[in-house]
Structure formats: C-alpha cells, structure tokens
Ligand binder design. Structure first.
Ligand code: G6P
Length: 611
C-alpha cells in the first residue's frame, strides 16, 4: 500500500527511481511523484500512473544522484496532483514521501496552523513535513534529530523518506508499522517498501525495524532508534531473481501467476517431502514441534484471500490432525479482547507478510504465551520476522493484485502442516499419512491438466461477462473456495458476487435467483455431492443458470447444469487446490472482456500496510 523508492550513490537517480516505481506500482497506482536533488530539490508529481509521471518529466532536467519516489494508494485526500507525494514543508526545507497513516494528524495540523503554517493538500503527510520543519527551525537541530524529535509526537504508522534542502547528499528514512528495506551496493544505497526495486542492483539488504531512523549517504549507513540508541544493521542476503518479476509472454501478471501454479505448488512442497513419500519435513517449525503436538487449539488470523486459505486450513486441521480451529479476520481479532493462552497455537497467514491488521493481531497475542507461527510468501517480511517460527510458501513473487498462486501455496503449506501434525498426534494412521502425501505430490500434474482446459472457461466467461450479479456455492472444504471465487470475480471485474455455503442459499440468496443470475457451483464427487445436487435443483427450479465444476467422469451433472467444467479426480483434502483454478481463469477472462485493468484493479492494493 503506497510504494516508496529512494537512491543515493553515483549513478543518475531518475531512471532507478522510475524503474523502482514501476516495480512497486502494484502497491498503489492513483498518483506518482519523485523528488531529485539536482542543485536544489526538484519535484515532479501528478495524479495517475508512473507513465503519466514519466510524461510529465519528459522534457525536464532530471539529473542528480540523490532522490526518492512514491506511488500512492490514497488514504487521506482524494487522488490529485496536489495530494500526490512527495510533500513539501511550507518553507521548502523538507520533502517527504510516506506510506502509512498519521492518526493524530488533525491535532498536529491545528497546532501547526496556530503557529502560522499554511497547508496546500488534504494529506496527513504534509503535516509530517511541516512538523519536522517546525522542530528543525525552532530547536535549531539537524535534519536527523528534527526527524526523530518530530516522530516521537506522531501516533500512527509510517515508512518515510525525507530529503532536507540544506543537507544535500543524504537520505533520512524512518519506519514504524510500514515496511522499508535498505539495499547496500558499492558506494550506493537503495531504499524501498519491498525488495522488488532493489534486487536488480544488490542482494544485500537491511530490513528496518519499527522506530528506527536511518541516515544514508553514498558512503555510509547510520541506524538509530528514535531515542538515539545506535543500532547495528543486520545485513541479510536475499534470493530473488529479476526474471521472476517479468510478465514473460503473458498479457498480465495475473494470468502468468495462474499458469505458474503447477510449479509454485511443487516449489512449496519441494524438499519438504521424503523421497519415498513417507514423511513431511517442515524445517521452519521443527524447533517448536513439541509445543505444536501438545497444542489444544489453533487460531488462524489473516485477511482477504489468505483468510479464505485459513478457512480451508480449518477443515484440514480438524479433519486430519483432530485439532479444534478458529479462523479470525485479523482486523476484528485485534480489536477484541481475545482469550488466548500458552496452549494455543496462533497461525498468521499472509502473502506479503506486511498486512497491518495481521501484524497487529500477532503482536496482540505475544504476551499470552501462545506459540505463534507465520505462513508467509515474502522472505524477511515483518510477520515472518515477528513470529516464533513458520513455513514459507515459496510461491515466488506475486505481483497481480488478485492473489492466485499465493492461495494455492498457502493451502499446500496448511495441508502439509495438518498431515504432519495428524501423524505426530497419531490422528492419522501411517497408511493414511502416506496416502495423503502421495496425493499431494500428484496435484501439480492435475493443476496442469485443468489449466490446459482454459479455452472452455474463456467461452463460458464470454457468455456471462455482462452480468451484474453472481453467486458462488460450495460445501465442506470447498465452501472457502466459493468465497474465493466470488472475491476473484468482484475484485477484478467489478461484478457483484457472493460466495455462500450451498445449503445456506435457502436462507436468503435464493430470493435473488431468476433467469439472469449465474450460479457457479462446486459439485465435485465428494461426500457432500448429493447435497450439492439438491442445491443445484433448487437453483434450476427458479430458472437460475448453473455453471458447475465437477469431477471428470460424472455424466449425470450434464443433465442438471447449463455448463460443466471438469476437473480430474483427487483426494478431497486437496480438492481446493484444483477447484479454485476454473474460478481464477473465469474471473480473469471476464475482467479482460470487460476492459478492466486486471493487474491493477481500482481502489485495491496488493499489500495493505494501513489498517
Ligand atoms: C489485499 C490483497 C489481497 C490479499 C490481502 C491480504 O487485499 O489485494 O490479494 O489477499 O490483502 O494480504 P496478505 O499479504 O496478508 O496475504
């Protein structure tokens, strides 16, 4: 949510910043801007995308080897040229780019207005620029100290980069709640919201911690906390490759990521399953295994698609490890007074590892003594660092805002954890454990088979692309897949869609069904199949259109449904990994046919670092 990139070194900053912003555009894309130190600070910013910013700066002198850029996801103040970052303090001493929300900005703004400050934007960030400037002028301190002093007065979240007109050649950065990564090169440093803009230049990074302030020149990196305690940068090596952030021959990242799933699921279990398929090894949770075996309850916290994966996890842990599970929206959980104790296992699921609510949820339970695990995709992310242990999903970088391959990899990790715990807790026999492992290793080939049938799904998409409402139904372990199918369609095509447990349809949604309403039903051959068939009959009786995902070989379903998408038979535990694929492709093709921006749907951002 909002992307920040900055550079100091001996190269020209502008192309590095522009490329960095393009790589970060998935975090927000309603306005973009840069500030360059080039005999004084020059700012170029506008409403729109990075390409609009490039057009704006085309004929300008964009020299200088120190600068910062920002791509915005609006919180305070509508998208406009004025509200785009960087923001300038009233006297022009400071320029600031910011990711996060300053919660007490109204109070600070009033105070600054009483002191003669005039505001030109609706943003909370301008307040920050003026607050730092006010401290700088009043207390006659340097920019670093002014920043630290000002930030002690701030309530809220920030990832910040600051340029001070009177201190050329240096960047000041600060973090609380919103991520910032520093990249270390030869006589140069990079700064960004995540590693994407950095990996082209260096693999050596430092993840800033909360309440840290960095002062960076081309030759030095000084890290302190807000209270002047010097910190030693903890340099990590990252293993991301530049070709993984390329669309290749695909029209969109989302389509590429959908098609990557046979590989990404393999990558998730690679090295974690014994050659003879008799055992699962999850190195990241080995140390806490005794506590997991003894756990009395699992609480899973997550948001968005990760929350849907958590619901699949509930079925898996209860069925195969016989452990009770509660699944919580992190945003709700964090503001309750949840009862959690040392016998609980709390699992945070997050693709980005930075979602503000999920991070806050695990911070809330830290004192409870519960074991806290992370299931994250981004290595080194805040959630992965703040949990006791965890399992990375290894899905590879996901750029499309609508999550696809991260979802299937999250489910793969949850399945492995559930089977492993089932084995250790003796809820599964040795034979059942083996069968489940073997079935998991078959999944990638089945995924590839389904994806090869894309054309039929595209044809169905063409028939329903104009609808205004859609219903997705599923039961049992496929109910969360119905929720996820509805989310995919609504977030990228802007068609109103709802997911329901099929039997609940009678308690409300059935009133919506007429001949214009498509009902997308998961009707695979599992223990609830007959029940789902009854639900399909109820839809057909009311003239609804039924598009069913069914197990290959089931010919009866053709008599009931208007369209059938076949998927290969698989173990019920793993059926979500297959059943979601048709809905991902359907949503993608409907959105493309409706002319929507698939990779950057309106109002959404990939990484939600504000609450
Ligand atoms: C945003 C993204 C979703 C994602 C959700 C949770 O809404 O657009 O794709 O599922 O955040 O993100 P996380 O990184 O915590 O999985």
């Amino acid at each position: 949510m909002c992307g920040i990139v900055a550079y100091v070194g001996d190269r020209t900053a502008y192309p590095i910043l522009i490329k960095g912003l393009q790589r970060l555009e998935y975090r927000g894309y309603d306005s973009a801007g840069i500030a360059l130190f080039n005999s004084g600070i020059h700012v170029y910013k506008c409403k729109g995308k990075v390409k609009d910013l490039q057009a704006l700066a085309r004929d300008e002198d964009v020299g200088g080897s120190v600068g910062m850029g920002h791509t915005r996801w609006a919180t305070h103040g509508e998208p406009s040229d004025a509200n785009a970052h960087p923001h300038r303090s009233m006297h022009g001493t400071f320029h600031v780019v910011h990711n996060g929300i300053i919660e007490n900005y109204v109070h600070l703004k009033k105070e600054l207005m009483n002191r003669g400050y005039v505001f030109y934007t609706d943003t909370d960030t301008e307040v920050l620029a003026n607050l730092i400037e006010d401290v700088y002028r009043e207390q006659e301190v340097d920019a670093e100290l002014a920043t630290r002093l000002a930030l002690t007065r701030v309530v809220g979240a920030y990832g910040l980069v600051i340029l001070c007109e009177e201190e050329p050649g240096r960047l000041i950065a600060a973090r609380k709640g919103s991520p910032l990564v520093i990249g270390i090169g030869e006589h140069e440093y990079f700064l960004a919201s995540d590693a994407m803009p950095i990996i082209e230049y260096t693999d050596r990074v430092v993840y800033m911690n909360d309440e840290e302030v960095a002062v960076i020149t081309s030759e030095s990196l000084d890290l302190k906390d807000l209270y002047n305690d010097v910190k030693t940068p903890d340099i990590k090596t990252i293993q991301l490759h530049i070709d993984s952030i390329d669309k290749g021959n695909y029209a969109h990242f989302m389509l590429k990521e959908i098609h990557e799933q046979a590989h990404s699921v393999t990558d998730t279990f690679r090295g974690r399953i014994a050659m003879d398929e008799s055992k699962i090894f999850l190195g990241g949770i080995l140390d806490v295994m005794p506590r997991l075996i003894e756990a009395r309850r699992i609480i899973i916290v997550a948001c968005g698609t990760s929350w849907h994966a958590a619901l699949v996890g509930e079925y898996l842990f209860e069925e195969y490890a016989r452990l009770p599970v509660e699944v919580e929206y992190a945003s709700e959980f964090r503001y309750r007074n949840p009862i959690v104790d040392k016998d609980d296992l709390v699992i945070a699921i997050s693709q980005s590892g930075e979602t503000a609510d999920t991070l806050a949820a695990i911070r809330l339970v830290k004192e409870s003594g519960a074991t806290i695990l992370g299931i994250c995709n981004v290595a080194g992310s805040s959630i992965s660092r703040e949990t006791d242990a965890g399992v990375y999903t290894h899905a590879g970088i996901e750029i499309g805002v609508a999550s696809t391959k991260a979802f299937t990899s999250q489910i793969t990790v949850l399945a492995m954890m559930a089977f492993l715990l089932g084995n250790k807790r003796q809820a599964l026999s040795v034979e059942e454990y083996r069968v489940l492992i073997r079935e998991l290793t078959r999944v990638p080939a089945l995924i590839a088979e389904i994806l090869a049938g894309e054309e039929k799904i595209r044809e169905i998409a063409a028939l329903y692309k104009e609808v205004t409402n859609a219903l997705f139904l599923g039961r049992g372990i496929l109910f969360p897949v119905a929720l996820e199918g509805a989310l995919k369609l609504k977030e990228i095509s802007y068609i109103h869609a709802e997911g329901y447990p099929a039997a609940e349809m009678k308690h409300g949604p059935i009133a919506l069904i007429d001949e214009t309403m498509p009902v997308f039903v998961l009707a695979t051959s599992d223990k609830l199949y007959e029940k789902v068939v009854s639900n399909i009959q109820e839809v057909k009786t009311r003239k609804g259109k039924v598009i069913a995902v069914a197990t290959r070989g089931n010919t009866d379903i053709y008599k009931l449904a208007d369209h059938v998408i076949e998927i290969p038979p698989c173990h019920e535990a793993l059926s979500p990994l297959l059943a979601i694929l048709p809905w991902q492709l359907l949503a993608y093709h409907v959105a493309v046919m409706r002319g929507c921006n698939v990779d950057q749907p309106r109002n959404l951002a990939k990484s939600v670092t504000v609450e």
